[in-house]
Design a protein around this ligand. Sequence first.
Ligand SMILES: NC(=O)c1ccc[n+]([C@@H]2O[C@H](COP(=O)([O-])OP(=O)(O)OC[C@H]3O[C@@H](n4cnc5c(N)ncnc54)[C@H](OP(=O)(O)O)[C@@H]3O)[C@@H](O)[C@H]2O)c1
Length: 326
Amino acid sequence: MAQTHIPTMIRDGVVHLARLLGPKPKAKPRDMTGRQVIVTGASPGSMGYAAALQLARWGADVVATRRRDPDALQQALRAELGTDGGSVTARALDLADRDSVSAFADWYRERSSALHVLVNNAGILHDLLALRRQVERSADGFEVHWRINYLGTFQLTSLLLPLLLDSAEADGDARVLNVTSHQHVRGRNERLFAELAKHNPWDAYGQSKLALIHMAQALHRRHGGTGRFRALSLHPGSVYTNLVTGGLESYTPVRPIQWLLAAPVKVALLSPLQGAQTTLFCATDANVQGGRYYDRCALSQPSADARDASAAERLWTLSEEWLAQP
Ligand SMILES: NC(=O)c1ccc[n+]([C@@H]2O[C@H](COP(=O)([O-])OP(=O)(O)OC[C@H]3O[C@@H](n4cnc5c(N)ncnc54)[C@H](OP(=O)(O)O)[C@@H]3O)[C@@H](O)[C@H]2O)c1
């Protein structure tokens, strides 16, 4: 085992248990009729799925994405909506693939003349126990957390931004929500601009989540001046989703332990619907503040690195350069 994260897991476990004793986050129901929403990363068992379902129940016209088999996702969502009504369409999107992101954005712009809420929720945390020594790379050569969680999200947001700004102008309220993580505290600004010297999946995940906070702030600085457009980031809590269950599945020796631990871990973490509450709050609350970071349906403070506007601006410039490459 190259680098275990047992101290981090114990520390996080204590924090989770302390939070478990407090009240659960809860967003108030809102009328979302007429609002066009995209939720990325909405596979069954995920927070995105719970958020997409709830937003559709509140009246929004929701497009939900996963990497593959959108038909199965659509069937699952529609079956759950049942007679409650609500509009939901599922579509494939792979954030690690430029062409997939472009095709999705083209499809969405053909389908709809407005976009009021873009929930950048899709994300990965591979190798939960940090057992692999090798960096896992995307087909185009990037560390996968950086590629999927950050760069793919930057591309998607950039392509949909004109529509978001038009909708903000026309209807008075459009938002981009970046679902990040309290693990952004593991990220460091100086490491945003060079690959990590020593591979560690939790650090790589933290870097990508720090970058998403910078992105939301930079986006809000550019377009939030009118008060009609907001970009913000949030931590959903520690949640029992596919990220937790699937993250351990590839470790054969861990399976029996995973099976034994599943029930207590499930109790200790938030459910996907509880984990979706801060997303729902940020997507719907009239007074939510652009450029800020939310946790447990309330304003919170990200790390000092995440509040460094010069790092955010440098990252923005580099991301635009990457986007401009053929
Ligand atoms: N669970 C937690 O405790 C926790 C805590 C803090 C933050 N978060 C964040 O919350 C968000 C939602 O996570 P979750 O816990 O609900 O995890 P999840 O159940 O694993 O859902 C992740 C979603 O992201 C999608 N996804 C994965 N790779 C993708 C790619 N290359 N392109 C497009 N979509 C992709 C997945 O689709 P497929 O099924 O097709 O792979 C899935 O729909 C993530 O950004 C995560 O980092 C989670």
